[in-house]
Design a binder for this molecule. Structure first.
Ligand code: PLP
Length: 429
């Protein structure tokens, strides 16, 4: 029975990819397409409305079709879309100033994605050591479970076998430590170490929080050995945790930070932020990007930041995040056979499932609510930051219904359930 289902599935997939799609088959896509969005809602091509608790994986922080973003982009689209970085881009100057005023940073480099931002951060750290007279220092210490992107260097930094397999020798220069292992990290610092890189709140790795005391120890280690501390805030940054940047909750300040995802509110923008000391090697000609920071991207980022920096915006995220977490804790208590733990901060939260997390995601989608799996069998709940209390209540009602159905299925099929491990569906990024 299971074998027949599997063969049917393979036949269906083969047919789908060979006959109907010319897209490279890198994503295990769900058969669902959307034609428009409004706030926290996405409307599918068949007219069904879905409650969006994925936000394009932590991207649409202001929801869909936010009037300020639409106005900014359409205004800019009528003026100029793109000019080369050979010329000044005034809106880019403004976005960089806003980011620096709101963070530890003095300077910003704009790019187009998270992986590029992480690459830029790595290059900035290596160049800092080189121009400081220590060119032998190029190695970066990273942590198990991290996700830093899909370029050759960032898969090496992430160190996950499934992303490295088949792509040749991993890019040299990354030393991966067990999550939270300070003693090993101390031992790993050597004459070739340039920097330590970490996500202050691990997103793809399953919303694992890094203890502030651990981050403090990393800061001390960097200061003692002349290393740079890089925070990858591609997912945790831009208001998601209730602070503009997750590091601001910890009291530990990095030298370099990567941003992307929500920075453009849905328009592709990435950024490397750094102190002027850390960026001292990044002079004319050392790095570049054709599209990075172009006028369209900067108009989207400026509008996003303008909204996020308004008084009360982050208070709302903190308040509503707390409410969501409380309601999720009730769901966990109601369904102890399904949910083991509530994780995360602000609106970067999730449930660690006791059934394969893909089943929970599928059950939610059947209730017309979109969520996304992460590592460690965690289902992430990443609504737009503008979500209201009523919409949280609606989400909890849908989650309750989905869990009720799964619970009944579990009670009715103990033998089948016993055989299912805690596997997870491949995360579609
Ligand atoms: C922490 C972190 N860094 C980097 C990336 C890579 O970003 P992108 O997919 O935009 O290249 C991601 C994406 O999920 C991420 O979560």
């Amino acid at each position: 029975m299971a074998e027949t289902a599997r063969q049917n599935d393979i036949a269906r997939r083969l047919q789908a990819t060979t006959v109907t799609s010319h897209l490279m088959a890198t994503f295990a896509r769900v058969n669902l397409a959307f034609e428009r969005g409004e706030g926290v809602w996405l409307v599918a091509t068949d007219g069904e409305r879905y409650l969006d608790f994925t936000s394009g994986v932590a991207v649409n922080a202001l929801g869909h079709a936010h009037p300020r973003l639409v106005a900014a982009l359409t205004e800019q689209a009528k003026k100029v879309w793109h000019v080369s970085n050979l010329y000044e881009i005034p809106e880019g100057e403004r976005v960089a100033r806003l980011l620096c005023e709101a963070s530890f940073a003095d300077v910003v480099f704009f790019c187009n994605s998270g992986a590029e931002a992480v690459e830029g951060a790595i290059k900035t750290a290596r160049k800092y050591q080189a121009v400081s007279g220590r060119p032998e220092r190029y190695r970066i210490i990273t942590f198990e479970g991290a996700f830093h992107g899909r370029t050759l260097a960032t898969i090496a930094a992430g160190g996950q076998k499934k992303y490295l397999d088949g792509f040749g020798p991993p890019v040299e220069g990354f030393d991966q430590m067990a999550f939270g292992d300070l003693a090993a990290t101390r031992r790993a610092v050597g004459p070739e170490t340039a920097a330590i890189m970490i996500e202050p709140l691990m997103g793809e790795g399953g919303l694992r929080m890094v203890e502030p005391s651990f981050l403090r120890s990393l800061r001390e280690l960097c200061d003692r050995h002349g290393l740079l501390l890089i925070f990858d805030e591609v997912q945790s940054g831009m208001g998601r945790t209730g602070e503009l940047f997750a590091y601001q909750r910890t009291g530990v300040v990095p030298d370099i930070m990567s941003l992307a995802k929500a920075l453009g509110g849905g328009f592709p923008v990435g950024a490397v932020l750094a102190t002027s000391a850390a960026a001292k090697g990044m002079i004319a000609g050392t790095h570049g990007s054709t599209f990075g920071g172009n006028p369209l991207a900067m108009s989207a980022a400026a509008a996003t930041l303008d909204v996020m920096l308004e008084p009360g915006f982050l208070d709302h995220v903190r308040r509503i995040g707390l409410l969501l977490k409380q309601r999720l804790a009730e769901i966990k208590d109601r369904y102890p056979a399904l949910i083991a733990e509530v994780r995360g901060e602000g609106l970067l939260v999730g449930l660690r499932a006791l059934i394969p997390v893909g089943e929970l995601v599928d059950a939610l989608r059947a209730e017309k609510m979109l969520t996304v799996a992460a590592g460690d069998n965690v289902m992430r709940l990443l609504p737009p930051l503008i979500i209201t209390e009523q919409e949280i209540a609606e989400a909890i009602a849908r989650l309750d219904r989905a869990c009720g159905k799964l619970n009944r299925a579990l009670a009715g099929a103990p033998a089948a359930a016993a055989g299912r491990g805690g596997g997870r569906r491949e995360v579609v990024r």
